[in-house]
Structure formats: structure tokens, C-alpha cells
Design a protein around this ligand. Structure first.
Ligand SMILES: NC(=O)c1ccc[n+]([C@@H]2O[C@H](COP(=O)([O-])OP(=O)(O)OC[C@H]3O[C@@H](n4cnc5c(N)ncnc54)[C@H](O)[C@@H]3O)[C@@H](O)[C@H]2O)c1
Length: 321
């Protein structure tokens, strides 16, 4: 099988490429990534000479390039996106361009060549839950509340529209918050770990009451694999880690594991429109695909902290970006 992975130099995409090459060494992978501030070829240094792996620096909005690259592809796994909510609040232009227009370009190329298309999305498209509401599932109405989640919601609708209109063989996954190695140190877990390694304070939004579900990136990638191998065409699958924590609980876990005092916490002005709670019901993926997250959160977090401690050369240059 020959796969086109978009955004493979980013956090989840590079972990996915490692995951896939290890499990399916005979498959061929083309990684299309424009290398924004979040794309980093260091993530893939160990496989750059693998004969079944090829990197192409380019933009998913480049119609000619995408058409050329997709001529002999069996499957597109689409990760490329602008992903940081705070950046989308400051300026959403790149989010609309890459996350909406870029998806259209890829979908048209997939349509022209009838290529199976798996779209990676987020639980943030569903909006926010209050403390009593049931977790999101595949039937939850979309209610995105940040420019980032609105752009991802638009892309999900477009992907589904290509299924209904053109019978394009698509699947979608909506996953909760990922953590693990190679995550850009602007996101909460790597930001806090790297700040604490550098003896800097860690900024908690508001009172730290917002609740997120955490999933290890390897569990997410195993879920994507299950959808690719066993998922039903046209369907959406919710993937989650089964680990809901307030941001303050998460912060305290990191502090405990790193043996640092709570006085390093700095409460800062809350993010505008900060969604209160995300929680995800992944029973469809469990029942239909026999997938469920396996990595214990304490264990995964400990390993992630060790990874950032052992890979300062990877993240220190990123702090200026
Ligand atoms: N990180 C999470 O917790 C999470 C959770 C659920 C879903 N997702 C989704 O998973 C996907 C990957 O997220 P991530 O955290 O790895 O993101 P990331 O920001 O770490 O990586 C994104 C990658 O996309 C590339 N890219 C951006 N614009 C591009 C363009 N126009 N053309 C080609 N490449 C481009 C970047 O260079 C980068 O390598 C995204 O679609 C995101 O919405 C992320």
C-alpha cells in the first residue's frame, strides 16, 4: 500500500509515521508537509534514509503539487493543519486557508483518483459541555467556539459532503487532547514540562477548572489504524483516552512527577471563549473496531516528562518560534 501522509512532520503525524513504518515496513509513505513553525524534520531523522519513506516539502493548498503526488496513492491520511487555539484567536487567516481550503484541494485530488481519505479531526468541533452533560459522541451536534475548532468543523463537513455527493471513500476521527513525544512546546503539557525544566513558572488559565480528556498519541494512532483497517466507509469515529482532568489537576500531576513545588503555578487571565469541559464517548470505536486506549495516563505522562528531559536539543531551538 502507498500512503500520502499530510502534516507528517508535526506532532501526531510524525508519531503516526513511526508507528506505521514499524508495523507495516513494506508500505510506502510520502510525507507532504510545508514545515510551518510546528513542522520539524528532526522528528523523522531516524527514518529519513528508509527506502520506503519520502519527504516532500510543500503546501496542501498547492493544487498542481497535490495532483502530481496523488497519482499512485492508495490512501491519504490527512493530519496537516494549523492547530493552536491561542494562535487562531490572534489571527485565523492561516487556519481557514490550510484547514478548509487545503482540505478541499486534497479532497478534489482524492476524488479525481478515487483515493480512500482518512480525515483527522478533533472533539473541539462539538463545542463545550457543562459539568452534567453527557460526553460527546458521533451524533453530537457541531458547535465550534474558537476559530480553530470552526475551521476543523468546516473541514469535517466538507469531507462528509464529498462522501454523500461523490461517494468518495472517506472516514473521519474526532479525537480528544493528545500528549506524548515531539509535541510543540506551546501546548499545555510540553509547555509546562519545558518551563519547569528551565525553572520557569507555569501559566494556568483562569482558575484551572476547565476539563480535558487526555489520550496518548500512540493510542490515537492505533485508533486511526483500526479505522483504516476496519472502519466503515462514510463513518465518523470518536476516539478518547478516558482520562478527564481539570487543568489544575493535570498541572498538579506534572508538578508531583517532576518533584516541583506548587508555588511555580501562575494563574493568568483566562483564554477568551475557553471551553469548559470536553469528554468523549468512544464506545462506537470500542464495539465496532475493537479499539480502546491502552496507555495508563500516569505512566504515559511520566514517560513524556522523561522524553522532554532527555531531548532538550529537540525542544530548546523551538522556544524562539
Ligand atoms: N494535538 C491534539 O491534541 C489533537 C487532537 C485531536 C485532533 N488533532 C488534529 O490532528 C492533526 C495533527 O495535529 P498536531 O497536533 O500533530 O499538529 P502540529 O501543529 O504539531 O502539526 C501540524 C503539521 O501540519 C503542517 N502543515 C501546516 N499547514 C500546512 C500546509 N498548508 N501544507 C502542508 N503542511 C502543513 C505543519 O508544518 C506541521 O508539521 C490536526 O489536524 C489536528 O487538528 C490534534
Amino acid at each position: 500500500m502507498k500512503l500520502l501522509i499530510t502534516g507528517g512532520a508535526g506532532f501526531i503525524g510524525s508519531n503516526f509515521i513511526h508507528y506505521w513504518i514499524k508495523k507495516y515496513p513494506n508500505d510506502k509513505i510520502v510525507n507532504l508537509d510545508v514545515l510551518t513553525y510546528a513542522g520539524n524534520l528532526e522528528n523523522l531523522k531516524d527514518i529519513e534514509n528508509n527506502k520506503n519513506y519520502k519527504f516532500v516539502k510543500g503546501d496542501i493548498c498547492d493544487i498542481e503539487l497535490v495532483n502530481n503526488l496523488t497519482k499512485d496513492i492508495d490512501l491519504i491520511v490527512h493530519f496537516a493543519a494549523e492547530t493552536h487555539v491561542d494562535r487562531s484567536i490572534i489571527n485565523s487567516q492561516d487556519f481557514i486557508r490550510t484547514n478548509v481550503e487545503g482540505v478541499r484541494v486534497l479532497l478534489d485530488a482524492a476524488k479525481n483518483n478515487n483515493i480512500r481519505f482518512h480525515h483527522i479531526s478533533t472533539d473541539e468541533v462539538f463545542g463545550a459541555l457543562d459539568f452534567k452533560e453527557k460526553p460527546f459522541n458521533e451524533k453530537t451536534h457541531y458547535n465550534p467556539r474558537s476559530p480553530y475548532s470552526a475551521s476543523k468543523a468546516a473541514s469535517d463537513h466538507l469531507v462528509r459532503a464529498y462522501f454523500y455527493t461523490y461517494k468518495l471513500p472517506i472516514t473521519i476521527s474526532n479525537c480528544s487532547n493528545n500528549y506524548g513525544p515531539y509535541q510543540f512546546p506551546e501546548k499545555i503539557i510540553p509547555l509546562f514540562i519545558t518551563n519547569l525544566i528551565e525553572n520557569k513558572k507555569i501559566p494556568v488559565y483562569g482558575e484551572g477548572k476547565n476539563i480535558r480528556d487526555w489520550i496518548h498519541v500512540d493510542d490515537h494512532n492505533a485508533g486511526i489504524e483500526a479505522i483504516i483497517k476496519k472502519g466503515k466507509i462514510g463513518e465518523t469515529y470518536c476516539l478518547g483516552g478516558g482520562n478527564q482532568l481539570t487543568n489544575l489537576e493535570l498541572t498538579k500531576k506534572i508538578l508531583t512527577l517532576m518533584k516541583v513545588d506548587e508555588e511555580m503555578i501562575e494563574f493568568v487571565v483566562d483564554r477568551p471563549g475557553h471551553d469548559l469541559r470536553y469528554d468523549i464517548d468512544f464506545s462506537k470505536a470500542k464495539n465496532e473496531l475493537d479499539w480502546e486506549p491502552k496507555i495508563n495516563f500516569e505512566y504515559g505522562l511520566k514517560k513524556t516528562i522523561e522524553w522532554y528531559k532527555n531531548n532538550k536539543k529537540w525542544w530548546k531551538p523551538l522556544l524562539r518560534k
